[in-house]
Design a protein around this ligand. Structure first.
Ligand code: ZN
Length: 323
């Protein structure tokens, strides 16, 4: 990639927009339009990360690192320069499309009573929660038409994974949750595989930028677990979208909180608890204190709240959690 193409790429991805799409929030304004906030690159507890949106540059007074959006992507995703460029090019193409799809599916939600009924039964009821997670519904057979009308080409939609090779909407009768660079779909129908992602990485820990400032964090497996805990007032909850963390998620966890509560499923076959044990060991090796939360047999945090558990009871489970 030549110099001109790199400059073009940087122009098309303003640093501030990229940071905010990764859940970064400016904490306070400085002179000449610059901003200070928590550093997304190290365990920062008071804002030391400076962003200059006019020059599209950042500098961290904590870890001493700085540069442009490509340098940021290198450091944030821990990849080398060519991979960072490739990552940003892919992101430039996918991100606006995913935003559009998120808005479209969100609009569909209240037009489909089966979706609202399903959410209700999983404890996702409050409008504030639905807005916070930008929950949507994919009824199927309508996304492709709408996006083509907006001018997106069929090959581009196929490449994104939103439309199948045969030209149908990929997500049919699924509750959808937008992620960082992906879209998770939970099937309403028992006949389809329950969990589905678009091709590509599942991203980092859910809502991490809002959670990393807490010294104690609760980690859950699924977004429905996240939803009920957030709704019950636990703002320090995050989700790994499965019981196995990818390398990026693991680093995030090592870099932020001092205590991690693992509230994984207490399923009959013990796989959730096994994964929690394994993760707890790896985290302890990195000097992180862990506590494993014991839910009643057969429960996950979602079913615990849906079957009548409340915040006070969950607090008690946190207090009783063992290393
Ligand atoms: Zn830093």
């Amino acid at each position: 990639m030549n110099r001109q193409a790199l400059d073009e790429l940087k122009q098309q991805i303003p640093l501030m927009g990229y940071l905010q799409a990764h859940d970064w929030y400016p904490a306070r304004p400085l002179s000449r339009g610059r901003w200070m906030g928590l550093c997304p690159l190290h365990g920062d507890h008071q804002p030391s990360f400076l962003v200059d949106p006019n020059k599209d540059l950042f500098y961290c007074y904590g870890c001493g690192r700085g540069g442009d959006v490509i340098r940021f992507a290198e450091l944030y995703h821990q990849v080398k320069f060519p991979q960072a460029v490739a990552w940003l090019r892919q992101w430039r193409g996918a991100e606006p499309l995913l935003q559009e799809v998120t808005r479209f599916y969100h609009m569909q939600l209240h037009r489909h009573s089966e979706a609202v009924a399903y959410l209700y039964q999983r404890g996702v009821r409050s409008p504030a929660l639905i807005e916070h997670m930008r929950v949507g519904y994919a009824p199927g057979s309508c996304l492709r038409g709408w996006l083509t009308q907006l001018g997106h080409s069929l090959p581009a939609l196929r490449q994104s994974g939103l439309v199948t090779d045969a030209g149908y909407d990929t997500y049919v009768r699924r509750i959808v949750f937008p992620l960082e660079g992906n879209l998770y779909g939970r099937s309403l129908s028992a006949a389809a595989p329950p969990h589905r992602f678009l091709p590509g990485a599942k991203g980092g820990l859910y809502a991490w930028e809002q959670v990393r400032r807490y010294s104690e964090v609760i980690l859950v497996e699924g977004l429905f677990d996240y939803a009920v805990l957030w709704d019950a007032g636990f703002q320090n909850v995050t989700c790994s979208l499965g019981s196995h963390l990818n390398a990026h998620q693991f680093r995030q966890l090592c870099d932020g909180p001092s205590i991690v509560y693992l509230a994984f499923d207490a399923d009959g076959n013990g796989s959730g608890q096994q994964a929690a044990q394994c993760l707890s060991r790896s985290l302890r090796e990195r000097g992180i204190t862990t506590r494993r939360v014991s839910l009643p047999e057969g429960h996950d945090p979602n079913s615990f709240f849906v079957s009548g558990g409340n915040a006070q009871e969950f607090h008690r489970l946190l207090e009783e959690a063992c290393p």
